[in-house]
Design a protein around this ligand. Structure first.
Ligand SMILES: Nc1ncnc2c1ncn2[C@@H]1O[C@H](COP(=O)(O)OP(=O)(O)OP(=O)(O)O)[C@@H](O)[C@H]1O
Ligand SMILES: O=P(O)(O)OC[C@H]1O[C@H](OP(=O)(O)OP(=O)(O)O)[C@H](O)[C@@H]1O
Length: 224
């Protein structure tokens, strides 16, 4: 008798860039051992095997992790809460705060403007950001009309080049703002990386739930 075909492997989407290095120990603690090329930033491969033939990893841009998982192309993913807030996909369930990728999303402006500015008096702002949705929502809650100019990086250049007086960007050490003559004037949200799961896969793929629990335990071990 022929064997039934092996089930499709579960695909976990992991962002390249700064979260990748913090995610590697967490994957290991969750029992996921990727092939060596996965941790090699010079590798051009995008899809990787792990020690478990039932689990594969893909390495994609941070903003695309949510898209791959929301559409079911990957069943799980690791993604910043900034990205989750920007897309707000109903298909995504974010059951575990992974306690990595800590930073905050804030409004910043040139130091000389901040010296004479009072955010409480704003009625209309023009903002350069990679996060137009979160930005518009934040200002709408505050009764401020926000005109957002979408950039994909180097937001810090916008004020000096006259693109927008203010920016909304991620801040961690504050070094990027400082080196570009900007100061933080208003925090919007605290950010950390989350484990995300496709809601349908959580119900239909038997191996998804144990993986979620493995990540939860891995985070607990790190905290202990
Ligand atoms: N300074 C920071 N400190 C801590 N975490 C950060 C910081 N900057 C970004 N992050 C987190 O890492 C995620 C990916 O950020 P990163 O800067 O690596 O991506 P990116 O360079 O914007 O991505 P891409 O090159 O794909 O556009 C962010 O969505 C956020 O959750
Ligand atoms: O407060 P800091 O510690 O300086 O961190 C903030 C910077 O980190 C992120 O950029 P990243 O370094 O990931 O570069 P990129 O967005 O240009 O890829 C973010 O977009 C800020 O520019």
């Amino acid at each position: 008798m022929s064997q039934p075909p092996a089930p499709e492997p579960i695909v976990i989407a992991v962002p390249k860039g700064r979260i990748l290095s913090e995610a590697l120990p967490l994957l290991a603690a969750a029992g996921i051992v990727p092939e060596p090329a996965f941790g090699d930033e010079n590798s051009r491969a995008l899809r990787f095997r792990t020690g478990d033939p039932g689990i594969e990893l893909i390495r994609v841009r941070a903003f695309d992790v949510a898209t791959f998982v929301a559409h079911g192309a990957a069943q799980l993913g690791i993604v910043g809460s900034d990205v989750l807030a920007e897309f707000d996909y109903p298909e995504l369930y974010a059951p575990v705060d992974l306690d990595i990728g800590h930073c905050r999303l804030s409004v910043a402006e040139p130091a000389e403007l901040a010296a004479r500015d009072d955010p409480r008096g704003w009625s209309h702002v023009r903002v350069a950001t990679k996060y137009p949705h979160v930005t518009a929502q934040h200002f709408a809650r505050r009764g401020v009309q926000a005109e957002c100019i979408k950039l994909n990086g180097a937001m810090e250049l916008a004020p000096t080049l006259g693109l927008a007086a203010r920016i909304v960007d991620l801040v961690s050490s504050g070094r990027t703002l400082k080196e570009n003559g900007l100061v933080e004037v208003e925090p919007i949200m605290a950010v950390s990386a989350r484990l995300v799961v496709n809601r349908a896969a959580m119900k239909t793929r038997a191996h998804v739930f144990p993986l979620v629990e493995a990540f939860r335990t891995a985070v607990g071990k790190k905290a202990a």
